[in-house]
Design a protein around this ligand. Structure first.
Ligand code: PHE
Length: 400
């Protein structure tokens, strides 16, 4: 960890505490229920876990899908008798908190989960900029955090308590660049990114680097701010640079507006994006404007493997729609946690951290998950294409 990151994490934690209006003392990781002291908020024989996510706001489908995936995993583990930790059986209780997708909410809700609900582990967030605010709080309290889907490398660099079950953006950016160059045969690409998002800026940089290395040219680089409604100025400049494709590493609500406005300007080239496009809202609201476009993701629900199809039908039965990548990663993150609990010496933060860190070849819906020394998963990137009003599997790109 660098000095800068350490200083910045301390500031975040102090900020979170100030927001709570009190300087609560750091509590040690909660003891197992019924063991050396029952955690205040858990009933005997019960383990409480937390989830913080965008249950409302501009990225609401991210948080809701993740929450559904986690709920399905909790339901299944409890139906199977719960988890056994050091010879004792427990059921799992989930407490979910809404961040509204706002980085500035993360410190408060994560502090609440840890100090009031006494969670032994925190799942979340989706958006890297929000996880970057929640992670220092988990690190400071010594409670492990598993982000299902934040791909910015800096998230797990916050400290040894922070894990993820997804790939990171250097690989995602490279996969998109290879796809643009190799499959789409694009020579000139323009980039339109969200300047306030750690995810968007990071993914843009990685894409640019890899696309140039593959012999391509970045002909225009334009910035926007999340929630903007008019992209005409940036799109007009991009149009002048006559790109073969536009790379937009943003979130689905902004991408919807960008797609609609670009087509109004007569721009017909394919749009390309990262996992932040993953929401049924994009296809629903952008319609024709998004036909023939591509994005990279963590899984594709139309892949015919037994694991994926079993998950899709269980999810449909409970929540009534096709699970997106967020739902699959939420499910995998929670199940990986329960598996790690079964191997942990106790539910203390450090024992749980060690067990999570030793995860190898865990069979997830999104692929086999092995955590590396940086507490990141090394997995395939899946490219999907919008064809006939559906997102269809197009390619799988293997990590090196
Ligand atoms: N990877 C994105 C981020 O780090 C979040 C995301 C993951 C969005 C998966 C959609 C699907 O900000």
């Amino acid at each position: 960890m660098t000095g800068t990151i350490r200083l910045w994490s301390a500031i975040s934690v102090i900020g979170a505490m100030a927001l709570l209006g009190a300087c609560e003392k750091k509590s040690p990781a909660p003891a197992p229920a019924g063991g050396g002291g029952t955690p205040a908020a858990s009933a005997p024989g019960e383990i409480t876990i937390g989830h913080y996510g965008s249950l409302t706001g501009a990225q609401a489908t991210f948080g809701k899908s993740t929450d559904n995936g986690i709920k399905l995993a909790v339901k299944e583990v409890n139906a199977a008798g719960g988890v056994t930790v050091a010879g004792k059986k427990y059921t799992i209780r989930l407490v979910s908190e809404d961040t509204e997708g706002k980085p500035e909410k993360a410190g408060t809700v994560v502090t609440k989960l840890i100090t009031k609900d006494k969670v032994v582990c925190v799942l979340g967030e989706v958006a890297s900029s929000v996880s970057l605010q929640g992670a220092p709080v988990c690190q400071e309290y010594g409670v492990p955090m598993i982000t299902p889907s934040s791909t910015n490398p800096d998230v797990t660099r916050v400290g040894d308590m922070i894990f993820r079950v997804c790939f990171i953006d250097p690989f995602q950016g490279e996969a998109c660049a290879k796809f643009a160059r190799g499959e789409l045969k694009a020579a000139k690409v323009a980039v339109l990114f969200d300047q306030a998002s750690a995810y968007s800026v990071g993914l843009k940089d990685e894409f640019n680097k890899a696309f140039k290395a593959a012999g391509g040219e970045i002909v225009s680089e334009q910035a926007y701010t999340q929630g903007a409604s008019d992209f005409n100025a940036q799109l007009t400049r991009i149009r002048e640079s006559t790109p073969d494709a536009i790379f937009i590493p943003g979130y689905y609500s902004d991408v919807t507006n960008i797609a609609l406005q670009s087509r109004k300007l007569g721009m017909k080239m394919p749009l390309l994006g990262g996992d932040g496009w993953d929401s049924e809202e994009l296809g629903k609201n952008a319609g024709e404007a998004i036909e023939g476009c591509f994005y990279s993701n963590h899984y594709a629900p139309d892949q015919p493997t037994a694991e994926i199809q079993a998950f899709v039908s269980k999810y449909k039965a409970d929540f009534g729609g096709v699970p997106d990548g967020l739902a699959a990663l939420g499910y995998d993150g929670a199940r990986l946690l329960f598996e790690a609990m079964g191997r942990a010496k106790s539910l203390s933060g450090t024992d749980l951290r060690d067990a999570i860190g030793q995860t190898k070849g865990f069979k997830g819906v999104t692929g086999a998950i092995t955590l590396n020394d940086h507490r990141d998963a090394v997995k395939n990137v899946v490219m999907v294409e919008r064809r006939g009003g559906q997102w269809v599997f197009r390619a799988s790109i293997e990590p090196k």
